[in-house]
Design a binder for this molecule. Structure first.
Ligand code: FAD
Length: 391
């Protein structure tokens, strides 16, 4: 079997890439370890930057998102018992879309497999990448139905298999620089069966720890609670979670949070990594396979889409016209935005966690950053630009 492109992983990066290739009549095969039902229900991100939505729209991939996604124009900081609204849309002319990741994945897989006729295999096992430094790389996997080993030859392999995939591990040892940054903090990531308790995202900076409120849908809301890294989610009973959220997100004039059953509760040890370069021979990494951004600034899915746009356009040009300019520049172009978002995430992390660090000096500088956001129009504009991502 031969496909011009084999895409490993059916997340936002892999499926967007597949759709771009199919729109240009480039054949590709997507290999995914999970089932279709599983990826269509896996809740993760939900905040999309406007440039990313417009990129999807231009490629015919945003119909449901534009019809059903919520549009957010502002966010709210709560600190020292007070609420501070931050109107980023009026500063940038851009806004955020709230659309749960599993809805986007559902749309993308439908469009790819059912509308554009793309090939996809779910439930594959033991994916391995071969001969990446040649012009005829291949990918092998165990077919879940027959249990037989399959080999697919390709011109290009796209590694879109997320943080725990096999593509990054296929880089020869010592070839790429992999830099990692540990924030030294944990976040308890929660999904509650409860409507949002505010009309926008809320960031709570509190001496007991950061807390975040992020709308997802009218029925489900994501919350975050800062906790020690490696903490056991079982330490967080339903009662304890809601007591901490009410305390840390409480502020004068803010209504109490609407509580509900917790349907997801897991501890994220906040860290980031970046792989440089993002390609090796005929392997191109995209999304979390190449760079992880701790969900501090809600950037990961946006970066995955950015990679898919760049790589998709570059592959179409390469495979239909033989022009490799886009592919040659892919890693460099992607990494410029990746590093920009990494830097902003570190900056924002200090804003979130300085007050609870136990270090009065860090608490003082954090408070200065927050005050500056509301006192200096230039600082506010700079923040808004980074928060929304430059178009
Ligand atoms: P994934 O979505 O991880 O997709 C990779 C796919 O590859 C998966 O389907 C996986 O099953 C499959 N796979 C894995 N191994 C193999 C293999 N060996 N062979 C074949 N397939 C394989 N980002 C934002 O932008 N905004 C947010 O608000 C936000 N919130 C988040 C909240 C949480 C709790 C988490 C965990 C993440 C959040 N993110 C957020 C990050 C975002 O979810 C990721 O950055 C995004 O999913 C990356 O997309 P991807 O396609 O690169 O990888």
């Amino acid at each position: 079997q031969h496909f011009p492109v084999v895409i490993v992983g059916a997340g936002p990066a892999g499926l967007t890439l597949g759709n771009i290739l199919r729109a240009a009549s480039v054949d590709c095969l997507v290999l995914e370890t999970e089932s279709r039902a599983f990826i269509e229900q896996r809740p993760r991100a939900g905040v999309l930057e406007e440039w990313a939505v417009r990129g999807l729209e231009q490629r015919g991939l945003a119909e449901n998102l534009l019809a059903r996604g919520q549009v957010h124009h502002e966010c709210e900081f709560r600190f020292a018992g007070e609420r501070h609204r931050f109107e980023y849309a009026s500063l940038t002319g851009q806004h955020h879309f709230i659309y749960p990741q599993q809805f986007l994945v559902t749309d993308l897989v439908r469009e790819y497999a059912d509308v554009r006729g793309g090939a996809i295999r779910f439930g594959v096992r033991d994916v391995e990448l071969h001969d990446l430094d040649s012009e005829r790389p291949s990918v092998s996997y165990t077919d879940p139905g027959s249990g037989l080993r399959q080999v697919v030859r390709a011109d290009v392999v796209a590694g879109c298999d997320g943080a725990r995939g096999v593509s990054r591990a296929a880089l020869p040892p010592g070839y790429a620089r992999i830099s990692r940054y540990d924030y030294g903090i944990g976040w308890l990531a929660l999904l509650a069966e409860a409507p949002p308790s505010n009309d926008c995202v809320v960031f709570g900076m509190h001496p007991r720890g950061f807390a975040g409120h992020m709308a997802r849908s009218p029925e489900v809301t994501r919350y975050y609670l800062e906790c020690p890294p490696g903490d056991d989610p079982e330490n967080w009973s339903q009662d304890r979670v809601w007591a901490e959220l009410q305390e840390r997100l409480g502020a004068a004039g803010a209504p109490r949070l609407t509580e509900g059953r917790l349907i997801e509760k897991r501890v994220l040890d906040m860290h980031s990594y970046v792989v440089e370069p993002m390609s090796y021979g005929r392997l191109f990494l995209a999304g979390d396979a190449a760079h992880l951004t701790a969900p501090i600034a809600a950037k990961g899915m946006n970066l995955a889409l950015h990679d898919a746009f760049l790589l998709g356009d570059a592959l179409v040009t390469f495979l239909t016209k033989g022009d490799s300019t886009g592919l040659d520049g892919y890693s460099r172009t992607s990494l410029a935005r990746v590093w920009d978002y990494q830097e902003f995430s570190q900056w924002l992390s200090e804003v979130y966690h300085g007050v609870s660090s136990g270090d009065p000096h860090r608490a003082g500088t954090t408070q200065a950053r927050l005050r500056r956001l509301f006192a200096s129009p230039a600082a506010a504009r700079a923040f808004a630009e980074s928060y929304l991502g430059r178009a």
